[in-house]
Structures are given as C-alpha cells and as structure tokens.
Design a binder for this molecule. Structure first.
Ligand code: 5HY
Length: 244
C-alpha cells in the first residue's frame, strides 16, 4: 500500500524527519510518500498559521487522490484541515493528534500531552473535546520550545520535554504521554525508556492505523459529515480548488 504523509508546514527538513519516523515503523510493502506544500507558513504555532497551511495541505491531498494512495496522514499535531481533507478525499485521512490520543486512551486511564509552545495548547484542548477524549487527558503541557528549534542541539529539546513528562507523571497523575508535535516523532522510543511510561508519537500511530484501515478495507464514510463538497464556483486564486 502507499501512504501519503503531508507535513502542512513548508519546512522540508521537518518533512524528512517525519518521513524517516514513518518508514521506521511501516510494514514491508508499505510505501511512504512524505511531502509538504511549497506555499505557507514554515511552522504552525497557533490558529493564524493553521489557517494559511490548509490550502497547501488540501492541494497535496488532491495530488495524493490522483495518485490513488491508500491513505493520507496529516502530520501536524493540531490535525490541521482534517475535516476538509476527509471531505475532499475518498481514501481515509488520519490526523496524527487524533491517532495518538486514541492509542493513549487504550494504553492508560489518564494521559497528558506535551507540545511545543503554550500558544498551541488551546487548539489541542479543543480537538480533545471534539474527539470526545478530553476526560481522559489530564493536561496539555508545553515545553516552550518553538517547532523549528526542536532539532537544534542547543534547544535541549529531549531534556525539556522530559522535564514536562516528569511533571505530568507526578502532578497530573499521567500514565502515558502523547508527544504534541510532528517534529518530536523520533524522540518517542528514547523518552519511553527514560521515563518508564508509554510516550506516544502521532506519526507512527497514524501509519499503523492507516495500514489497519487498508487491511480491513475501511474508508471514510461519504454519506454525511464528510460527503464530497457540492460543485460550485470559487473565484480568484482559489478557483483551482473549486469542487467539480
Ligand atoms: C506540528 N506545528 O506538529 C505543530 C505542532 C505545534 O508546524 N507541526 C507544526 O506546535 O502546534
């Protein structure tokens, strides 16, 4: 099967990290296509960045559909543009945030999230409510490292995230941790070993869920919320996005 993973920000180095993490867990015979839009924010930190990442994301999803991929993954922890992508695509669309939340809820009574900046917390809390999992998440924490500083050796990211993990264990009674950024994907195994609880990365979670949907022959329901958009005219620079 072939899985398209879209990093909705425009930083190619982060897309490579995401692709590497996905290929590490992909089953033999699963091909990973990791892409990012050419236009849009270099990182997504809050609602404004998120809004400007969605058109580029949807353009990549449309390309994946024309390639006939078996599934799409949105590799931004805010699950940016998830519902629009599900309306556009026939193949399943998995957000790394939703994927990680569900795995955490099946491994622990209470979990916590450690994301990048505090400004990203609100969107994650809103998604937890939307997915019906807010009651299982003790707290969404931030390590206060900007998205593009995660792979800077001087950012001390692993230690900073680790400190929040220890606070979540002791103060929030968290029994599992969800890493709240696609750029943290390669830290999960080391943090699990170091902190003695499941530390879950959404990229790997989404890849295995995509494979499961493929194996089960399950696709997005197109008879309700995610029905194809009604054909209509879009004016101006968005004309190419018009539903036909
Ligand atoms: C992400 N931003 O996974 C989110 C994480 C965040 O560019 N990729 C980004 O901090 O909201």
């Amino acid at each position: 099967m072939r899985i398209l993973i879209v990093n909705p920000n425009t930083t190619a180095a982060m897309t490579e990290t995401i692709g590497r993490a996905a290929r590490t867990v992909a089953a033999p015979g699963t091909e990973i296509l990791a892409v990012n839009p050419a236009d849009g924010p270099v990182s997504i930190e809050g609602y404004y960045d998120e809004a400007f990442s969605v058109p580029g994301l949807l353009a990549e999803i449309a390309k994946g559909e024309s390639l006939g991929v078996s599934a799409h993954i949105i590799a931004c922890f805010d699950d940016t543009g998830l519902e629009a992508a599900r309306s556009l695509a026939s193949a399943p669309v998995i957000g790394i945030g939703e994927a990680a939340f569900h795995l955490a809820a099946m491994l622990a009574h209470r979990f916590a999230v450690v994301t990048t900046l505090s400004r990203s917390i609100a969107a994650i809390e809103t998604n937890l409510m939307k997915y019906g999992l807010a009651a299982r998440c003790a707290r969404v924490r931030a390590c206060e490292i900007p998205v593009l500083s995660l792979d800077d050796p001087n950012s001390n990211a692993s230690e900073q995230i680790g400190a929040e993990i220890e606070r979540a264990k002791h103060d929030d009674r968290a029994e599992a941790i969800v890493l709240g950024c696609a750029g943290m994907a390669e830290l999960a195994a080391r943090l699990t070993d170091k902190h003695g609880l499941p530390v879950i990365d959404g990229v790997a979670s989404a890849v295995k869920l995509a494979e499961a949907f493929g194996a089960l022959g399950l696709k997005t329901s197109k008879i309700g919320a995610y029905a194809a958009p009604r054909p209509k005219t879009y004016l101006g620079s968005f004309a190419p996005f018009a539903p036909r």
